[in-house]
Design a protein around this ligand. Structure first.
Ligand code: F3S
Length: 431
């Protein structure tokens, strides 16, 4: 790779061991990807080192020192690397632990809670020391990290990256734990993929014949398209409804879950698709697909794999619920009680939980028996594969089979999920 003099200084160690190790990692990574150079980034969203998953924890149980932990597990260094301050503004992804709801979370399995708390606190202190902003969410764009149009970022989390590229017009590839952390330390990311303007043009037209009217419709549109387009970039055409933030969150997360949609365009709505010609970059499309009634129905049927109507868990908040959805949950639960045989878990970030508290939503949800869980995700719960789960997120319904072994999942609207939480019975259907 061609390095600037500053990048060379980092690599030679002139700017300290932390930048040297991070740069070594990024150069190997960039070369493997075929990148010729780096681009500056001042916006990173990083998972590492706060992802408490049992396997990760078990490998590092005897590491008491956070600098040691980061050196070995993230920067691949046997030498201890002390990071004074991150170069790029960095927000943290979820780290899987809500200290107030440890009982539900996989990370706490077989662990002494006191020891666990100590470990979480030391991670948080480390974050403070290096200047990583602890947003602890998969939707940083809803809670304070909103890049500007055209900004080069190094983000983790497929749904957030799809939203960033498509809706905000920021630029990021799907980064991993190690590369994003190295970008945070150096302020650099390899210049390839979605950083390059020509790679952002759409190449598949999706003729939307079934007009999305509800949030579920946007979810199903993304889910169906993900299967069809592989690594291509869809241009959704003919959508009449102006998408809201929640609509685009669903479109982004579902398309990234069933396929590999890192970027899409919605004609006349997303910022790089004012016209079809702009979205295609003046080229011809590779092929055209259709999303109609049949495709919508097929996608819905694929997501509903449960047989037993007796629901035991309702999981909401994938991606993390913004205030608008928490408000909706509260309005649906007002004056009701969750069925004693059901656990209702709603995932969000602590910023939105604080808003929910201030606005009275939290009180209504908790009075009804629901739990608002922060810093974590439905995929990090201890819910056993044999349980019957209902969700309103195509992403969870799709990924939970492989990642959690859940075989009985109902997928429906938020209203149907809340109804199941109250009655204990699934009564959803596609309208
Ligand atoms: Fe977020 Fe977990 Fe869904 S990280 S996007 S809630 S799978």
């Amino acid at each position: 790779m061609k390095l600037t003099s500053k990048e060379q200084k980092m690599l030679s160690g002139e700017m300290g061991l932390a930048r040297q190790k991070a740069m070594e990692l990024l150069v190997k990574y960039g070369e493997a990807l075929g990148a010729d150079s780096f681009v500056d980034t001042r916006n990173v969203h990083s998972l590492t080192p706060f992802y408490f998953y049992p396997d990760v924890l078990n490998s590092y149980l005897d590491i008491k020192d956070m600098d040691d932990f980061i050196s070995k597990s993230v920067l691949d260094s046997d030498e201890k690397v002390i990071i004074d301050e991150l170069e790029a503004f960095t927000s943290s992804h979820i780290y899987s632990v809500d200290l107030d709801h440890l009982d539900f979370l996989e990370a706490s399995k077989g662990r002494d809670p006191a020891n666990f708390r100590e470990m979480v606190v030391s991670m948080r202190d480390y974050c403070k020391k290096i200047g990583m902003t602890m947003m602890s969410t998969c939707t940083p764009y809803t809670s304070g990290n909103v890049p500007r149009f055209g900004e080069h970022c190094a983000w983790t989390e497929s749904s957030a990256i799809s939203y960033l590229n498509s809706v905000i017009g920021g630029r990021s590839n799907i980064e991993g734990d190690h590369s994003s952390f190295a970008s945070a330390v150096t302020g650099k990311t390899p210049y390839w993929g979605f950083h390059i303007p020509e790679n952002r043009y759409g190449n598949v037209i999706v003729q939307v014949e079934y007009q999305p009217k509800s949030l579920q419709d946007w979810d199903l549109l993304g889910y169906s398209t993900g299967f069809e387009v592989g690594l291509d970039i869809p241009i959704y055409s003919n959508i009449e409804q102006q998408g809201s933030m929640c609509n685009f969150m669903a479109l982004s997360s579902a398309g990234a879950a069933s396929g590999a949609i890192v970027m899409y365009h919605v004609l006349g709505q997303t910022p790089e698709a004012k016209t079809l010609d702009e979205a295609l970059g003046g080229r011809n499309e590779k092929y055209v697909i259709t999303f109609g009634n049949d495709e919508r129905k097929k996608a819905y049927e694929k997501l509903n794999c449960a047989h037993d109507e007796h629901v035991e868990y309702v999981v909401l908040g994938c991606p993390h619920y913004p205030p608008e959805r928490l408000r909706k949950v509260a309005s649906l639960l007002e004056g009701k009680r969750i069925n004693p045989g059901v656990s209702l878990l709603i995932f969000t970030c602590f910023q939105h939980k604080a808003l929910a508290e201030r606005n009275g939503y939290l009180e209504i949800i908790e009075r009804a028996g629901g739990k608002v869980v922060i810093d974590s995700c439905p995929l990090n719960t201890k819910i056993a594969p044999s349980r019957i789960v209902a969700t309103d997120a195509a992403k969870i319904a799709h990924t939970s089979g492989g990642m959690k072994g859940w075989t009985d999942v109902w997928y429906g609207t938020l209203e149907e999920c809340i109804n199941a939480a109250v009655t204990g019975k699934w009564e959803g259907e596609l309208n």
